[in-house]
Write a protein that binds this ligand. Structure first.
Ligand SMILES: Nc1ncnc2c1ncn2[C@@H]1O[C@H](COP(=O)(O)OP(=O)(O)OP(=O)(O)O)[C@@H](O)[C@H]1O
Ligand SMILES: [Mg+2]
Length: 374
């Protein structure tokens, strides 16, 4: 069933509803086809998961994609459940290939149930860590022996650092290294955790993958995508309004989708400046509870720093006299402590300018807008 609203704010539907990412998709495919495993990162909600799903749509005929989201897993055994579930969901039991695979998974004696909403199959084992590892290994070995190639995309990969099994990444690394027909994408939103996992010499995954990070979608292409869908929906919208929306959402994929989704479905055929601004205002109003909740989650100094960063948009030296004085942030050491806490909680992120200068900014464009408007 086609989406009612062409601007998706969750999930992936089909290439039609996906804007651009052509060079990113090509690059990713190129790495995999050439035998490399890839670590895919970006700030939150920029479009990593979408890109993986999009790539799966474009895989060559002899490739299969298996997508595993491990965010909700807390142990190796749950990893196995998520992985086995992803494997059986990737191939219907009635297909010849699927049958072989299902038989293999079934021989490991999981409980197979069907989700009450989606009716998709779920596998569950409930094993101890060592057995779970063996099972994961067997499934991978089984995939390795097939006459097709496989991409296993493990999303929210940083989650394995939270497993009680301390050597989870070392173990996985050793298994993955033996694979030729199975390639991996490790994707994650917690940029610093992913960086630690893959780029720190003391960690097993050190330099074992190529790093691919994605940024904003090309503005011209996003513009055309938005225009196309508004016209297709029989709506009138001017170029400058599209530009205003893109700027308001700071070209951040999720927020662009969100505002376009609202404006598209607001019931008005002719989109004027007032129409879209009203929708933007309503969005912020709806989220106000969430924003106030941030304040309850944070200490006073953390909240003040967060607001200061939101208002400044980009902060180069958070401990500078000017910045501290302007926002009454106390001492530099307080600011440093708060900065670390906000980074750990992923309320802000740090990155580098083209000149190599570090800066701090916020993920949440809507919080930023809301803070500015107070
Ligand atoms: N190229 C695109 N064109 C249109 N919509 C997109 C595109 N990429 C992502 N989206 C949409 O933007 C939203 C955020 O994308 P996605 O979930 O892929 O981001 P993410 O980087 O995986 O986020 P997180 O860090 O939270 O996991 C989703 O609703 C998705 O449908
Ligand atoms: Mg994601």
């Amino acid at each position: 069933m086609k989406p009612e609203n062409p601007f998706l704010t969750t999930g992936y539907y089909s290439p039609e509803y996906f804007c651009d990412r052509e060079s990113e998709t090509r690059q990713l495919l190129n790495y995999l086809v050439n035998g490399q495993n890839v670590t895919l990162t970006s700030v939150r909600r920029m479009g990593k998961t979408g890109l993986i799903k999009h790539l799966f749509y474009q895989l060559p005929a002899n490739w299969k994609g298996i997508y595993v989201d491990i965010l909700s897993t807390e142990t190796m055994s749950q990893f196995l459940d998520a992985f086995a579930t992803a494997v059986i969901q990737s191939m219907p039991e009635k297909e010849t290939l699927g049958q072989k695979l299902w038989n293999f998974i079934k021989s490991m004696r999981p409980v197979i149930s069907f989700d009450s909403l989606t009716y998709l199959p779920q596998a569950s084992f409930e094993l101890r860590a060592k057995e779970a590892e063996n099972h994961i290994n067997s499934i991978l070995q089984f995939l390795e022996k097939q006459d097709f190639k496989v991409v296993v995309a493990i999303d929210e990969f940083q989650q394995i650092t939270k497993y009680p099994e301390k050597n989870a990444d070392a173990w996985l690394r050793s298994v993955i290294q033996q694979m030729n027909n199975v390639k991996f994408i490790f994707s994650g939103s917690q940029q610093h955790v992913i960086n630690d996992l893959f780029n720190s010499p003391s960690r097993p995954f050190y330099r074992s993958t190529v790093m691919q990070s994605i940024g904003k979608i090309d503005q011209g292409n996003y513009f055309q995508f938005i225009l196309k869908w508004f016209i297709f929906g029989g709506k009138k919208i001017s170029d400058s309004i599209i530009d205003e929306m893109l700027t308001w959402a700071n070209m951040h994929t999720f927020y662009v989708q969100l505002i376009c989704n609202r404006v598209y479905s607001c019931g008005v055929q002719e989109i004027t400046g007032e129409v879209w601004r009203e929708e933007a205002y309503k969005l912020l109003k709806e989220l106000e509870v969430v924003f106030y909740n941030y304040r309850n989650m944070l200490t006073g100094p953390q909240w003040n720093l967060l607001r200061a960063i939101a208002i400044e948009r980009v902060v180069y030296s958070p401990t500078s006299k000017d910045f501290i004085a302007k926002h009454s942030l106390g001492s530099p050491s307080t600011v440093l402590r708060s900065l670390k806490a906000l980074l750990d909680r992923e309320m802000i992120y740090s990155s580098f300018t083209d000149e190599g200068v570090i800066y701090y900014s916020m993920y949440d464009v809507l919080f930023q807008r809301w803070s500015e408007s107070r």
